[in-house]
Design a protein around this ligand. Structure first.
Ligand SMILES: *Cc1c(COP(=O)(O)O)cnc(C)c1O
Length: 431
């Protein structure tokens, strides 16, 4: 496969953009490659600057649940663009998308749109602090909530991939108000919350972790979290930036039957355009300006193109049978993937919830950050390279998720499984 044009673009990018990328994991360093530059995509296929085509399992890191360039979404964006890209004023599109979001989540009476998942989580903890009058935020090791200062403590995603503990530039005065505890550890959770309830404003969690690879909650973990936070006057924030509209139309909250106090959304609700949102009960949301004193604003928030893309996406997701069909397809794919690993004699743990999954190159169950770190990242790097050379794009890190979309066709999944089997066999033979 020729990557000459991608290589040329990457050298130019490295001179102009730090690391040549606008988000660190894209640099593909964890898998020992240079990035490929994508020029177009359609359905489950992406096409690079050298004309190579790949079946895509990155899905823009989650948003493209319908596949790329889904015609109703493209049409909605084009129509909105023709009416003007931004007014900095209220638009009908905001009301439409807000109604869809509030209808999807029982726990959301009101929602505020922002421009990214990072803005959503950052604003949600400000609101939780303003509402409770307390400062401390509890998060879980290996969960990623965007790149705001308060969250860069034992964070997931690129922070794990690059093996950095936190980040220079984050004041100790800020992170002293962040407590990070192990995921799926009920005892640590209870001990921490009971000991410091008077200081803790909120607990923020990925209800299914997706940023240390896919790590599902153990039975009882989220239930315990809900009961303790309710008892102790602590706001429970579900960061559903990945899981919202991914696991079910009503996200992890619908799947597990748990209602959060505040919910953060992003990725899918923008249909591929930059959007985030946070929402919850009116009693809490009414504390945001201009109704209340907690300040949060945005020049491009509720952008008409983004609202149109999001609404067009959600309207398609709302169709009956969308999730059962997608999840069944993903379940079959995951089962076959696990089987391919076993046949090759490569120990692999397959974690999956709905269409979100990760195959970890380890034989030990992956339930938290420490067990995720046992995965053999060297094997993942070889697998990534083998798959890319065969025309399949995986996330360039062991600690990210693989997404199956509605656009993946049976033949594409079959071909991907055959390529995986061949890759596993090569890895097992140490080629
Ligand atoms: C992607 C992600 C974010 C951050 O969203 P951005 O749009 O990248 O700022 C926050 N939380 C979770 C769970 C995410 O997966």
């Amino acid at each position: 496969m020729n990557h000459a044009e991608s290589a040329r673009l990457f050298s130019a990018a490295k001179r102009l953009i730090p690391g040549g990328v606008n988000s660190p994991v894209r640099a593909c360093r964890a898998v020992g490659c240079d990035p490929i530059f994508i020029v177009s995509a359609e359905g489950a296929t992406i096409c690079d600057a050298d004309g190579n085509r790949y079946v895509d399992f990155v899905s823009s890191w989650g948003p493209m649940i319908l596949g790329h360039a889904a015609p109703p979404v493209v049409e909605a964006i084009c129509q909105a663009a023709g009416r003007g890209a931004s007014f900095g004023a209220s638009t009908p599109g905001e009301v439409e998308l807000a109604a869809l979001v509030c209808d999807a989540f029982v726990s959301i009476d009101k929602v505020r749109f922002v421009n990214s998942g990072t803005e959503a989580t950052m604003s949600a903890i400000r609101l939780a602090r303003g509402f409770t009058g307390k400062d401390v935020v509890v998060k879980f090791d290996g969960c990623y909530h965007g790149h705001a200062d308060s969250f860069l403590v034992k964070a997931g995603s690129g922070v794990i991939t690059l093996g950095i503990a936190g980040s220079p530039g984050v004041p100790t005065d800020i992170v002293k108000n962040t407590i990070s505890i192990p995921y799926n550890d009920n005892e640590a959770l209870e001990a921490t919350l009971r000991a410091r309830a008077a200081e803790i404003a909120c607990v923020i969690v990925e209800p299914v972790a997706g940023n240390m690879g896919c790590v599902p909650p153990q039975p009882g973990f989220l239930e315990k979290m809900r009961a303790l936070t309710r008892e102790l006057g602590i706001i429970l924030i579900f960061d559903e930036v990945i899981t919202g509209f991914r696991l079910a139309y009503g996200g992890a909250q619908e799947l597990y039957g748990i209602e959060a106090d505040l919910t953060c959304l992003g990725k899918i609700i923008g249909g591929g355009l930059p959007v985030g949102a946070y929402g919850g009960r009116a009693e809490i949301m009414n504390h945001i300006a201009p109704d209340g004193p907690v300040y949060q604003a945005g020049t491009l928030s509720g952008n008409p193109l983004a609202m149109a893309a999001g609404a067009a996406t959600l309207r398609l997701l709302r169709q009956k049978d969308f999730y059962p069909r997608l999840n069944a397809k993903a379940a079959d794919f995951a089962a076959a993937l696990g089987e391919a690993g076993r046949k090759a004699g490569l120990p692999m743990v397959l974690n999956r919830v709905g269409s979100l999954m990760t195959g970890f190159f380890t034989e030990w169950p992956v339930m938290d950050y420490l067990s995720a770190m046992r995965a053999d990242t060297g094997r993942y790097a070889r697998h990534y390279q083998n798959m890319l050379a065969s025309g399949f794009a995986l996330a360039p890190s062991q600690f990210e998720a693989l997404f199956v979309s509605a656009a993946h066709e049976p033949a594409q999944l079959e071909a991907a499984l055959a390529a995986c089997a061949a890759s596993f066999a090569r890895i097992a033979r140490r080629e």
